[in-house]
Design a protein around this ligand. Structure first.
Ligand code: XIL
Length: 317
């Protein structure tokens, strides 16, 4: 659509959901997700995360990620893969062990070799490192950072590049949608990798936004340009725009405007290549589980009707 290479929706692997008794809703969900032309790309919201793919050291399980990958293939949708090295939804064994730097390096290399190896050739892009930064731009004190320092980021990108040389390698994080200390931190990561001649091709702006206080389109464009001028592409990778519940005509109108501006910011910058919304159907959104009294963050309502947000997206494309 328009200047973007793709407009996608992330989805959870059907195996993780309870379908019994809800067959009609899932039929409608699948029709929009897979059969319609609404989305040309997808991302597994959970199935490729460390917790699920390597729950024990050296024990790999690709069941859930493969469900989404094979549906994507069957329906001609491109796949963004998510996420190789992240402090959250990490298998407990990684955090519970006292690693020497040498051991943890091997853990990271073995994980990426197995996971990126399993999906080799299937991923348009990999989120190689997810959420390495604090809001002030300093590094998050994850197990990876505590043992290896910023070297773990170099190792993760270097390893993924070797294992799947055709995937675009992304650094992905939230609150990168307006210029800040955190966007500077992400720029620093891009420069660090480029200076070390290690491939990085993109920065993913998760774009978990708030309808009542979104970035302005100018701020959003400035943040995107801050990355594209370093010679990497940008994508909005997990776009959703939550409301304070309940939904009202007023906050739904604010949400529409915010979607229009977020997608519009990407459309207006040459190096911003695609947008993925973090699921499309409100009942399957992660938002209500994490943000108290917030929700209705996606373009499709509970009854599968399209919300004003949908029109906002269409107007921007
Ligand atoms: C979320 C999933 O949507 C939820 O189902 C899960 O319980 C928690 O993670 N940033 C990310 C995503 O990079 O992986 C997160 O996805 C949302 C925040």
């Amino acid at each position: 659509k328009a200047g973007l290479k793709y407009f996608g929706a992330a989805t959870d692997s059907p195996g993780q959901r309870e379908r019994a008794g809800h067959e009609a809703a899932y039929a409608q969900y699948d029709q929009i997700m897979w059969d319609s032309t609404e989305f040309s790309s997808t991302t597994p919201t959970n199935g490729q995360k460390w917790l699920f793919v390597e729950p024990q050291r050296g024990v790999f399980n690709f069941t859930e990620g493969d469900i989404v990958a094979s549906k994507a293939r069957a329906h001609g949708k491109s796949l963004r893969c998510h996420a190789l090295v992240w402090h959250s939804q990490l298998a407990p064994w990684v955090e519970e062990t006292e690693w020497t730097p040498e051991e943890l390096r091997k853990v990271i290399v073995d994980h990426i070799t197995a996971v990126a190896g399993h999906y080799k050739g299937q991923c348009y892009a990999w989120d190689v490192v997810n959420e390495a930064l604090e809001e002030d731009g300093s590094y998050r004190q994850s197990v990876f950072y505590k043992v290896l320092g910023e070297e773990y980021i170099k190792l993760a990108f270097e390893t993924t590049a070797k294992v799947d040389p055709t995937a675009k390698l992304y650094y992905n994080d939230y609150n990168l949608e307006w210029p800040s200390a955190k966007t500077e931190g992400a720029q620093r990561i891009v420069k660090m990798l480029k200076d070390a001649k290690i491939p990085i091709h993109g920065v993913g702006l998760q774009a978990h936004l708030i309808a009542e206080q979104p970035p302005t389109i100018d701020q959003h464009i400035a943040a995107i340009r801050g990355f594209t001028k370093l010679g990497v592409e940008v994508a909005l990778t997990e776009l959703d725009i939550r409301l304070t519940m309940p939904a009202t005509p007023e906050n739904l109108a604010q949400q529409k405007e915010a979607y229009k501006n977020a997608v519009g910011a990407c459309v207006q910058v040459c190096g911003c290549i695609g947008v993925t919304i973090w699921d499309f159907y409100d009942p399957f959104s992660w938002v209500p589980y994490v943000f108290t009294s917030e929700g209705a963050a996606l373009p499709w309502a509970d009854d599968f009707s399209k919300k004003p947000a949908y029109d906002g997206i269409v107007e921007a494309l």
